[in-house]
Ligand binder design. Structure first.
Ligand SMILES: NC(=O)c1ccc[n+]([C@@H]2O[C@H](COP(=O)([O-])OP(=O)(O)OC[C@H]3O[C@@H](n4cnc5c(N)ncnc54)[C@H](O)[C@@H]3O)[C@@H](O)[C@H]2O)c1
Ligand SMILES: Nc1ncnc2c1ncn2[C@@H]1O[C@H](CSCC[C@H]([NH3+])C(=O)O)[C@@H](O)[C@H]1O
Length: 429
């Protein structure tokens, strides 16, 4: 008897850690999907309408169970998609494997890739010659502008997920190099009100706790930056019983923090008081040499803002005699002054390095915005001037309406009398 050769499935191009992790990834992707009803409805419509048929798409996102649902929705809409990581430490290897094996989506990402590999993956993504780019931090967009001007003709537009990516896009616009339309997903209300605030608030503490298992009750926690992420992080740290200090550089958020009941002071003073430091500013070297020198022995320092620049690790290394890994994602620096400082997640986003990032319930709205932003670009192909575009308010309101409906929550509607009143100026007291 002859045995028919076993034919291995033809896999899409990929560079992931271990394809045998796919079943676990698939199970976890399904679990996340339970809390992503808005994106599910968009995916179902995309599957019928195929808005991305014939289009090449690159997504540079954290490769998580939530991003998997975005990638699946885009593929259902006909996109020929390549997914790369938006951070060297955030990839969930089982998810990457499942997307390749079960969904036929090209993924180039693995947890712990070095900077060289990260940048190589950005270039592999650009080799795909994308018509649409979903970016998270603007690394792909910046590389396209700096190194691949010849490919800009292929591009319909880009979408940007996060605050620092928008800051970079505004700088590109100012410098006259943003020569295509870019959708500002971060500034949609259904993105930053929930993702940056409640998502970062919860997942940052989740990352810190998973990495260290420290008790937060009674600790002094210093939160640097009182924007959307800072507000969420300070609120949740207080909820766990911490005494929270906020540092800021802008007067308005500083007063807001004071009136929200937090102590506000410069980092130079806070450095000596904190047990745990969390940066969420999007800025560079917010905690630096002079601050490490003042810290208590054993102070824990981490970042949930952007890249690995908020904490000056080079300065810390220069003033240390030894670095020791004491737990996963937890490194202890022995300072020359005899004290130690503990750094989590190599100074990269602690919520994605040491935990799983935001819960799917908030990413549902963030990625509904991403999916609809891509569709908007494609529907308006050739009609949008180069520049940065807001998500239309009706799209924002519709995402919130679908989310409320999925949560079984009803709200009031304006009466005819109220509509008339809101539109008139003649009726007073
Ligand atoms: N970890 C995550 O999953 C996650 C989620 C969303 C956003 N982010 C990132 O977090 C960062 C903050 O985002 P956001 O939406 O809160 O931005 P934001 O603009 O709302 O707030 C940032 C705040 O930091 C303050 N700041 C700047 N430099 C400072 C300094 N040296 N010291 C103290 N405060 C300083 C600013 O004045 C501002 O109030 C961005 O880099 C963003 O991309 C991360
Ligand atoms: N579970 C998650 N899955 C995918 N993206 C996430 C998740 N949690 C947070 N994010 C996104 O991560 C973004 C910040 S990441 C900052 C970007 C930069 N590439 C860096 O890694 O430093 C936020 O705007 C979130 O929308």
């Amino acid at each position: 008897m002859t045995v028919a050769p076993v034919s291995l499935p033809q896999l899409v191009k990929h560079e992931v850690k271990d394809l045998s992790l796919a079943p676990m990834g698939r199970q976890r992707i399904e679990w996340a999907g339970r809390e992503m009803p808005v994106l599910r409805q968009i995916r179902d419509r995309f599957a019928t309408e195929k808005p991305f048929a014939g289009l090449r798409l690159v997504a540079c996102c954290h490769v998580t169970t939530e991003t998997a649902h975005l990638a699946i929705a885009l593929k259902a809409g006909g996109a020929d998609a390549v997914l790369i990581a938006s951070n060297p430490l955030s990839t969930q290897d089982d998810v990457a494997a499942s997307l390749v094996v079960d969904e036929g989506i090209s993924v180039f990402a693995y947890k712990g890739e070095d900077t060289e590999t990260y940048l190589r993956h950005v270039n592999i993504a650009l080799d795909h010659k994308p018509n649409v780019i979903i970016d998270d931090g603007s690394d792909v967009t910046a590389t396209l502008i700096q190194q691949r001007q010849d490919q800009i003709a292929d591009l319909i537009g880009t979408t940007e997920e996060t605050t620092t990516g928008i800051v970079r896009l505004r700088a590109m616009l100012r410098d006259g190099v943003l020569t295509f339309p870019a959708m500002n997903v971060n500034d949609a209300q259904t993105k930053h009100f929930f993702d940056n605030r409640y998502g970062t608030g919860q997942s940052t503490l989740d990352g810190i706790i998973r990495a260290t298992n420290v008790l937060l009750a009674g600790k002094t926690v210093v939160v640097a930056g009182y924007g959307w992420c800072g507000k969420g992080t300070a609120m949740r740290a207080r909820g766990l019983g911490a005494n929270v200090i906020v540092t800021e550089v802008l007067p308005v958020p500083a007063i807001e923090a004071v009136m929200d009941g937090f102590r506000v002071m410069p980092m130079d003073e806070a450095a000596a008081l904190g047990d745990l430091f969390i940066t969420v500013t999007g800025n560079k070297h917010v905690i630096r040499g002079e601050h490490f020198a003042k810290m208590k022995d054993g102070a824990i320092v981490c970042n949930s803002g952007h890249f690995d620049l908020e904490i000056d690790l080079k300065a810390l290394k220069a003033q240390s005699s030894e670095v020791k890994t004491v737990r996963n994602f937890t490194e202890e620096y022995r300072l020359n002054n005899g004290k130690s400082v503990v750094v989590l997640g190599e100074g990269r986003l602690v919520n994605l390095a040491a935990a799983e990032g935001h819960p799917s319930a908030v990413m549902d709205m963030s990625f509904a915005n991403q999916a609809l932003a891509c569709e908007y670009l494609v529907k308006n192909k050739g009609q949008l001037e180069p520049g940065l575009y807001s998500i239309p308010d009706e799209v924002d309101q519709e995402i919130a309406r679908l989310k409320l409906a999925a949560m079984g929550i009803a709200i009031d509607s304006l009466t005819a009398e109220q509509i008339e009143y809101m539109n008139s100026w003649t009726e007073g007291t």
